[in-house]
Design a protein around this ligand. Sequence first.
Ligand code: KG4
Ligand code: ZN
Length: 342
Amino acid sequence: MRILAIETSCDETACAVVDVTGRTVPRFTVLSNVISSQVKLHAPYGGVVPTLASREHLKNIPHVFQKALREARTTMEEIDALAVTYSPGLVIALLIGVNFTRGLGYAYGKKIIPVHHIAAHIYSNWLSNKAIAFPLLNIVVSGGHTELVLMKRINSFTILGETRDDAAGEAFDKVAKMLGIGYPGGPAIAKLARSGDANRYALPRPMLLSGDYDFSFSGLKTAVIHCIKKHPEIMKDKTALKNFCASFEQAVADVITEKTIRAAQEYRVKTIALSGGVSANTRLREQLARTTAARLNNVAFVIPAPGFSTDNAAMIAAAAYFTRARATTWKNIDASAHAPLA
Ligand code: KG4
Ligand code: ZN
């Protein structure tokens, strides 16, 4: 099965062509995975500006689509199904991808599989073709989401906990903005944090003892404001800034790791999967991998292959394969800001 997938939920215009083979266990071959990032456009604002994002998707999508076909050395005639992110995200951004895909569906007489963006982050773990054992606990950490999702089998999602305010990636982006170190904040903080001392500044571990699986990162943001006021050297001295970035990253990693491990114990899972843009963070990856090995017996830890953590369309194709029963005609696809993950 050859799938052409499109993603425009936020600030990446992406198109991928993915082959799926194998009968019982699917094998994914990514033939092309084209991403046009709008990072530079939104950087001066320290966040995504929806109307700018929408216009940029409109401008870029034909080129990204043609490049994806070219790099995959394929034609529309060879595509078996189309896939597109329909939710969650910025509606005016989603609509560009949805409507473009509808046009393709009409013109080439192909079915379209609507894909939920969070399911796609989860299914990005399958792109590396590792065997993944159930029950599976997903920790999805992106610019818009922080969710612990239990899966007993394919397409069965139970949300155990989620953020009550800011998402983990959003916290990285907002803190980076306060520090004036660039956008997107995650990679900027991670780079500085690499050689910093994570024990130098005391920051809270919000909701660590809340007794549930929810998260809250806005309190951490407030603590960051107080800490910067109390320690003016953070804004003046590069070493202090590095130490602060490491301390912040550690606070986020500690909360995510602890809650994930506790949920894994309670639900006796066989695999923990970390996904979403923040899963690109080395400290978080290493800490979760280390803690899983140290505290849990025979639990595997998986992460997406390089390049599939942050938004991309190959993960949309992977999710489309698993949810292909939802394929419909071009007339029936719509976009939605917050469709439930089900
Ligand atoms: O999944 P994603 O590309 O888009 C959404 O669906 O939101 O995630 C983007 C988020 C941004 O907030 C960005 O700052 C964060 O992922 N991010 C990171 C790193 N790379 C990207 N956060 C921490 N460390 C990183 N290395
Ligand atoms: Zn995403």
